[in-house]
Ligand binder design. Structure first.
Ligand SMILES: Cc1cc2nc3c(=O)[nH]c(=O)nc-3n(C[C@H](O)[C@H](O)[C@H](O)COP(=O)(O)OP(=O)(O)OC[C@H]3O[C@@H](n4cnc5c(N)ncnc54)[C@H](O)[C@@H]3O)c2cc1C
Length: 390
């Protein structure tokens, strides 16, 4: 069962419990998934990292401190998240075309098929797949190898559109991340690296599920990949000066404070929290805002409509909202839409954490080209600091 509300204390506790396994044991065993009732070989920290209750840099540094060079596999995996984020930031068209597809008649027709209904209710009769469907729905988590195999069976064996599978994951994963999810599904389908698809095999599933599953009837050939026009790179937003006027700190599901909001230069008039997402995430947003309000002796307002946000900004007497960078995805789309519907316009000032600024700028090509920047990220004095404070 997922926790009722995600907290930083849970994340730190989980990290401490996992650390002894973050070195050579992780490199050796990370693909083995003994099932949800076993501690397993991975950290299960993804919901906390996703919502920035803990930063990638905190995981990476703790692992390096505990294991030195033997932590490199774990650090690489942590950096995959930062890489995927940057990759999508530079290619917003990939997210836009995925969202467009979900709204299309073709997607609606596919949702009406027996195959789709069997897949999302765990009634395909395929060993492993149906168990993973139930596990995803009840726990909000799946092991990475299960995600790869599930996505492969969805696309290549069941021949369902990858976009509907990605949407099914985002609906249930507590770590649902627009970048890692969309781009991983594209990779499985063969859209990420030309000529490469991920075809799940019964043998690999047997090994990686620690002998729990050995499905039969899996596809040996990939589903055809639709041709896509090349996507041009969009520039990343650069650093901005901190607003001089009184501002409202906007807290969203994208950044719940990690190791601090670094409020130093901000003239804090109040805190507004945009409550969205699944129940444990919504609870975490409200709790983060409340704690920060107590620490800074300010007031907090929760909102999810333009009127509520307008009332908060007016009550605080502020002219701008200051928030951590809103990456490409649902929160950004919804908030920009909401701001666009406000009668009195409010300026939105986004601050990018240094870790993100450096990692994202290096994600223009493949992960191999990105890897050298990991040493630079690990050497930063304050990776959780914000770029505009340079
Ligand atoms: C089809 C598919 C969909 C996915 N969707 C998501 C998603 O919505 N959100 C998400 O966070 N990850 C996603 N992943 C990546 C990966 O499966 C999860 O990050 C990982 O399983 C989380 O478990 P963990 O915390 O135990 O990871 P660990 O192995 O303990 O790794 C530590 C942290 O590193 C990051 N990480 C590890 N592996 C990856 C990876 N391959 N890609 C990106 N980040 C990684 C995560 O933040 C993770 O918490 C997806 C992978 C696939 C194949």
């Amino acid at each position: 069962m997922p926790p009722e509300g995600l907290t930083r204390a849970q994340a730190l506790e989980r990290l401490e419990a996992f650390l002894p396994r973050a070195g050579s044991a992780y490199a050796r065993d990370r693909n083995i998934d003994p099932g949800p009732n076993d501690t397993g070989h991975v950290s299960k920290l993804s919901p906390y990292v996703r919502h920035r209750l803990i930063g990638e840099w905190e995981l990476a540094r703790a692992a390096e401190k505990a294991h030195g060079a033997a932590a490199s596999k774990f650090i690489d995996e942590v950096c995959w998240r930062s890489y995927w984020r940057g990759y999508l930031e530079m290619r917003p068209a990939l997210w836009a075309s995925y969202v467009d597809y979900l709204l299309s008649d073709e997607a609606e027709t596919a949702r009406q098929t027996d195959t789709y209904c069997a897949a999302v209710s765990g009634q395909t009769g395929i060993d492993a797949f149906d168990v993973w469907t139930a596990e995803l729905i009840t726990t909000g988590y799946l092991h990475n190898h299960a995600r790869m195999s599930f996505a492969s069976i969805w696309v290549h064996t069941l021949r369902l559109p990858w976009q509907l599978g990605a949407a099914f994951f985002l609906e249930h994963l507590l770590d649902g991340d627009e970048a890692a999810n969309t781009l991983s599904w594209r990779w499985v389908a063969g859209l990420h690296t030309p000529g490469k698809v991920y075809l799940a095999s019964s043998e690999a599933i047997d090994t990686c599920s620690a002998g729990r599953f050995r499905p039969t009837g899996l596809a040996h050939t990939a589903a055809p990949v639709p041709m896509e026009p090349p996507v041009s790179l969009s520039p990343l937003a650069g650093p901005l000066a901190t607003p001089r006027e009184p501002s409202v700190l906007l807290i969203t599901a994208e950044d719940l404070g990690a190791d601090g909001f670094r409020l130093g230069d901000i003239r804090l008039a109040g805190i507004a929290a945009y409550v969205s997402g699944k129940a444990p995430v919504g609870a975490a947003i409200a709790a983060t805002a409340q704690t920060l309000a107590e620490q800074t002796d300010t007031e907090v307002r929760l909102f999810d409509t333009p009127d509520e946000l307008a009332a908060a900004v007016a009550a605080f007497g502020a002219g701008s909202l200051v928030t951590s960078r809103l990456p490409i995805g649902t929160t950004r789309t919804d908030l920009l839409h909401l701001l666009g519907r406000m009668d009195v316009p409010v300026r939105l000032h986004e601050r990018t954490r240094l870790w993100d600024a450096i990692a994202w700028a290096a994600a223009s090509r493949g992960f191999y080209a990105f890897r050298p920047v990991i040493a630079h990220l690990m050497a930063l004095t304050d990776p959780g600091g914000f770029q505009d404070r340079l």
